[in-house]
Design a protein around this ligand. Structure first.
Ligand code: DCP
Ligand code: MG
Length: 372
């Protein structure tokens, strides 16, 4: 069988934008502390003040020049960057959520077909948009400009006919750039990319592919589809489609209808060693969950908690409620029970706590109207 008829029919008629904020947390902090502009800024706790603990959440491009990157032990940044240039700043997640919401409000001026992947990253399907603008590139440029002028932040975007190409484009554009990949340019663009840049090709798959003399997207496209399929199963088929510029996944809007859970989690520095303090946090989360559910008219059937200690051990525990509910008291009762069933974490210090509710059903009764 030839490779062509193993692949699905391509769709080149959609217009997709992928936008990703540059060095997101670090850029927000630089904006709010202009005196740090010329420093190597690392978001995370300073390991020199806590016995060498912690990891880098992210860092600015100046710090990246020294080889610092996300998820690296913070102490390594201390070794890499000259002392007089290095600044650690504690993350302020509430602020990042606020900025993210502002970015999203600009996106929703263009379309409601916005699919968030992370706080700082989203896909927009602008094939049909609220502005009535034909040029998806113009829409993306205007969005990027607005984020810069209203929020003082840099972002990068890719525009193409599918999600995977748009995302490859925005990665390629970083920092503060843009990549437009038209249908007849896609194979050229992909051909020159290293396979490590393709989603789904991790270190192990890379190694396997290198053994087959496959280093670039161009090499990858030469490999018959059935070979990739046989070797890498389901993922191989996805990789094969990518090599040919195909990705048929729709942009799925973040609307309430698509939501399968609502949760709240926070990291704590310094860590929490006290049960009452942990429970107070969880009670606050439950109040937030009740508010969110009431807004949407949903009841939740299951409560899930997540606890992480200073050694980065993480447990999640879940329990089904007797009846679906939107009451913070009921959520908290269960969350407290689940929390007490996690042993040994308080002693090590808790650095992350989360409560999520899931298994939604529509709340069908109407509250009684006391006054007409
Ligand atoms: N983040 C984190 N831990 C990671 C990766 C990321 O806490 N391992 C956080 C910090 C980032 C934000 O998520 O600011 C967005 O992640 P990105 O991977 O998009 O990284 P940046 O926006 O920081 O940099 P880039 O310019 O490469 O997008
Ligand atoms: Mg980013």
């Amino acid at each position: 069988m030839s490779k062509e008829n193993l692949l699905p029919q391509n769709d080149i008629h959609r217009r997709i934008i992928h936008l990703d904020m540059d060095a997101f947390y670090a850029s927000v902090e630089t904006r709010d502390h202009p005196e740090l502009k010329n420093k190597a800024l690392v978001v995370g706790q300073d390991p020199r003040h806590n016995g060498g603990h912690g990891v880098v959440a992210t860092c600015n491009y100046h710090a990246r020049k020294y080889g610092v990157h996300s998820a690296m032990p913070a102490i390594q940044a201390v070794h890499l960057v000259p002392e007089e240039e290095l600044v650690f700043i504690r993350p302020n997640f509430e602020k990042y959520h606020r900025v993210s919401a502002q970015v999203h409000s600009f996106m929703h001026e263009i379309t409601d077909l916005v699919e968030s992947v992370a706080l700082d990253e989203a896909y927009l399907d602008v094939t049909h948009n609220k502005i009535g603008q034909e040029s998806s590139v113009q829409l993306a440029l205007d969005l990027q400009k607005k984020i810069k002028s209203k929020l003082g932040l840099n972002s990068s975007f890719g525009v193409s006919y599918n999600k995977f190409l748009a995302k490859m484009g925005s990665e390629y554009a970083k920092p503060f750039g843009r990549t437009v990949i038209l249908p007849d340019e896609a194979l050229n663009f992909l051909g020159m990319q290293k396979i490590a840049k393709f989603p789904g090709i991790g270190p192990k798959t890379q190694e396997e592919l290198h053994k087959m003399d496959v280093y670039t997207g161009g090499d990858l496209r030469q490999v018959p589809v059935f070979v990739l399929l046989k070797k890498f199963k389901k993922m191989g088929y996805i990789i094969a489609q990518h090599a040919h510029g195909i990705d048929l996944r729709p942009v799925v809007a973040d609307s309430d209808a698509n939501r399968k859970s609502i949760g709240m989690e926070r990291t704590y520095e310094p860590a929490i060693y006290n049960r009452d303090e942990a429970l107070t946090k969880m009670r606050n989360y439950c109040e937030y969950l009740e508010k969110e559910l009431k807004k949407r008219g949903f009841h939740a059937g299951t409560v899930v908690i997540k606890v992480r200690n200073n050694n980065f051990e993480t447990v999640t525990k879940r329990r089904k409620l007797k009846h679906p509910s939107d009451s913070c008291f009921e959520f908290f009762d269960v969350a407290k029970d689940l929390f007490d069933s996690v042993h040994g974490f308080l002693e090590d210090g808790i650095r992350l706590l989360g409560v999520t509710v899931t298994d939604f059903e529509k709340n069908n009764y109407q509250p009684i109207k006391l006054f007409e």
